[in-house]
Ligand binder design. Structure first.
Ligand code: PEP
Ligand code: MG
Length: 293
């Protein structure tokens, strides 16, 4: 079994008919980078930046974040690194944020909502990301989008950040790709309206499943309701891929469903362009993709 998989190390990921799929890995922290490299992933499809904030006793400074992003980007060479901006909220927080307790934190002031309500916090991260962009192949991805306005407001902040960096003599790459996570039913349903504003979509099936099926992903008693194969979820995935492609952008997936061998055939049939899986699944998925489509 092991030696069979090793045949797929260092080879491009292609379906049986020769269609290329970009096979990336998820990373939860800087210490995962060696794991990602050893996995033979072609890039990082989801770097969960919130761990930087969760490990810290106070807001991580721009320079502290810059050093971390620089190290990830350098470590990955010319491979794509998709860094997701802060996804923190009342369920996943550090004390210094002093967030109000919420009854439904998953649907609360989290992720992009928190960032747009605290522009200084958001700008610090964006500045660190853009400053680090010269050290590798960075893409920036925004979590928990539900509206076009959130996207346009974020892009305005990015423009301000870039102008300020230029004025202050900092360098950054202009070709940083900008994408959003499609992880709310709202975003999937208006993916045709969102697509013109972004370079890519990445489908977050963990939250998409929880919100579509109204089943808390943290509640072990609800496991049977949290079914990512439910046709409602699959239809939203299909709609997202179709709307993305109609607008000429690429569409990836970074939720747990991406690492599910049983769903792989469906994803390929739907035309997925990129998949970000757990590092330990990379070679298994590459081998399986070669037998499908
Ligand atoms: C998702 O919701 O599918 C996702 C990838 O983000 P997270 O699991 O970090 O919420
Ligand atoms: Mg999510």
């Amino acid at each position: 079994q092991h030696s069979h998989l090793e045949e797929y190390r260092g080879v491009p990921t292609k379906t049986r008919s020769g269609r290329k799929i970009r096979l990336y890995a998820n990373s939860g922290s800087l210490s995962d980078i060696d794991l990602v490299k050893a996995s033979d992933a072609e890039g990082i499809g989801l770097f969960r930046s919130e761990y930087i904030y969760l490990q810290s006793n106070d807001y991580p400074t721009e320079d502290e974040q810059f050093e971390i992003y620089k190290e990830v980007l350098r470590g990955m060479g010319d491979k794509k690194v998709i860094i997701r901006t802060l996804d923190i909220g009342a369920d996943k927080t550090a004390e210094y944020f002093m967030l109000k307790p919420e009854d439904n934190p998953a649907m609360g002031l989290r992720a992009i909502r928190l960032c747009l309500s605290n522009k200084a916090l958001f700008k610090t991260q964006l500045r660190a990301l853009y400053r680090a962009s010269v050290f590798g192949n960075l893409s920036i991805m925004i979590p928990m989008i539900t509206s076009v306005e959130e996207v346009t407001e974020t892009k305005k902040i990015i423009d301000v950040v870039k102008k300020e960096l230029t004025d202050q003599g900092f360098e950054y790459r202009d070709e940083v790709e900008f994408g959003i996570m499609i992880e709310t039913p709202a975003a999937a349903l208006i993916s045709d309206e969102l697509a013109p504003y972004v370079d890519f979509f990445s489908i977050g099936t963990n939250d998409l499943t929880q919100f579509t099926l109204a089943a808390d992903r943290q509640n072990a008693d609800l496991i049977k309701y949290l079914n990512p194969y439910h046709h409602s979820v699959v239809r939203l995935i299909e709609m997202t891929i179709q709307n993305g492609h109609a607008a000429g952008i690429w569409v990836g997936i970074c939720g747990e469903l991406a690492s599910d061998e049983n769903f792989l055939g469906k994803l390929i049939q739907l035309g997925i362009d990129e998949m970000s899986v757990v590092p330990s699944s990379v070679l298994t998925m590459r081998a399986k993709i070669a037998t499908l489509g």
